[in-house]
Design a protein around this ligand. Structure first.
Ligand SMILES: NC(=O)c1ccc[n+]([C@@H]2O[C@H](COP(=O)([O-])OP(=O)(O)OC[C@H]3O[C@@H](n4cnc5c(N)ncnc54)[C@H](OP(=O)(O)O)[C@@H]3O)[C@@H](O)[C@H]2O)c1
Length: 333
């Protein structure tokens, strides 16, 4: 198929990485069952890492990042998808070592594809993206171990980030009292609008503390930060409470004793949005498009997202790396 299209391409030159929008042909795309014309993508921390040559995310360049994409099937060798079907892609190898969603076309294996839930749009899906999907997984994980609003407040760390902000929104709409931890106290009114009942300075829980247990404060927590923050959060969970751990915005390390686990029965629950089975992904997207689609149509997107084109992606990725942004970047491809 001789279609020419635009894609963001990260190139490596003498150890430096640069992002440009370039023309590509459909014949340049990797092999795969389904060709998708991408209408929207979104930016996540992993895309920012891919754009600066983080080899844990992307091994070789030139490369097109984008771990998220939504759009319409343009050609399909799979019996499961027909031309014209609307689809969502998040995770697996998309945008890591496979050509990603910051591109007008992608070609992918059929077993990476989630059919668009009824009544949901490509734009809505990408205003949530991997961040929203991960937030939903974290909330679902806590609900599955029996955390309920009556047990007390839930702490969300990295609250102005994509995962954090959507976690605040989902938890508050499910009736939880939410404490948001942030380094951007000027975002307090915004976090309050998303549903936080209180906002704390992240420095208050981000410093190393040698005490084995801290004041028991939260029924549960969603942690996107890792490191000393996660260590302190675990020590501050109420008896029998749980922490959903999904991120490492500060550090991938975790220094803890066993005491919170064996004296307070605290649960540390890992959340991975990338490799989980497709049928589980389908269920979570259905929930996000259905019973967890809170608020007026477009309300969350308006509060959460700044929209950029492919040409605005390089600057947006830089602001993610600097930790300056709040909420999410929606990419209108
Ligand atoms: N497990 C999974 O499947 C999965 C999926 C998606 C994301 N993640 C991970 O989850 C984390 C958050 O993702 P995201 O998309 O929400 O990223 P993001 O939008 O870049 O937000 C990260 C937030 O963390 C806080 N932060 C940044 N640097 C920090 C530091 N040095 N110390 C303490 N807090 C810091 C900031 O919030 P405040 O200024 O409000 O404190 C920032 O907005 C990342 O590590 C990402 O890789 C994991």
């Amino acid at each position: 198929m001789g279609i020419e299209f635009k894609a963001l391409v990260v190139t490596e030159e003498s150890g430096e990485f640069h992002s440009h929008v370039e023309d590509r042909q459909v014949s340049d795309l990797p092999e795969g069952d389904v060709l998708v014309r991408v209408s929207h993508s979104s930016l996540n921390y992993k895309d920012a890492l891919s754009s600066i040559g983080n080899k844990g995310v992307t091994r070789s360049y030139p490369h097109t990042p984008g771990i998220d994409a939504s759009g319409v099937v343009e050609a399909s060798d799979s019996p499961n998808f027909n031309v014209g079907d609307e689809v969502i892609l998040t995770g697996y190898d998309l945008g890591m070592n496979t050509w990603g969603g910051l591109s007008e076309y992608i070609r992918v294996p059929a077993n990476w594809i989630v059919p668009m839930p009824e009544g949901f749009s490509s734009r809505e899906a990408m205003s949530l993206g991997t961040a929203g999907f991960t937030a939903a997984m974290c909330v679902d994980t806590l609900l599955q171990v029996g955390i309920a609003p009556s047990q007390g407040p839930v702490l969300v760390t990295g609250a102005t980030g994509g995962v954090g902000a959507i976690s605040v929104w989902l938890l508050s709409n499910l009736g939880f009292e939410v404490t948001a931890s942030t380094g951007k106290l000027d975002a307090t009114p915004w976090l309050t609008k998303l549903g936080a009942s209180s906002v704390v300075n992240r420095n208050s829980i981000g410093e190393e503390n040698k005490r084995p247990l801290l004041k028991s404060e939260w029924a549960a927590a969603i942690d996107t930060v890792g490191g000393d923050t996660l260590s302190n959060v675990i020590k501050s969970i109420q008896y029998g409470g749980s922490v959903a751990c999904c991120g490492m915005a500060a550090s991938a390390n975790l220094n803890t004793s066993v005491l919170p686990f064996i004296l307070r029965g605290v649960n540390l629950l890992g959340v991975d949005s990338v490799e989980l089975p497709l049928e589980v992904k389908v269920d979570i997207w259905r929930m996000l498009a259905g019973e967890w689609d809170f608020g007026e149509k477009g309300q969350l997107e308006e509060m959460l997202c700044e929209s950029v084109s492919l040409y605005g992606v390089a600057d947006a990725l830089e602001s993610i790396l600097e930790g300056k942004h709040r909420g999410r970047y929606l990419v209108a491809v």
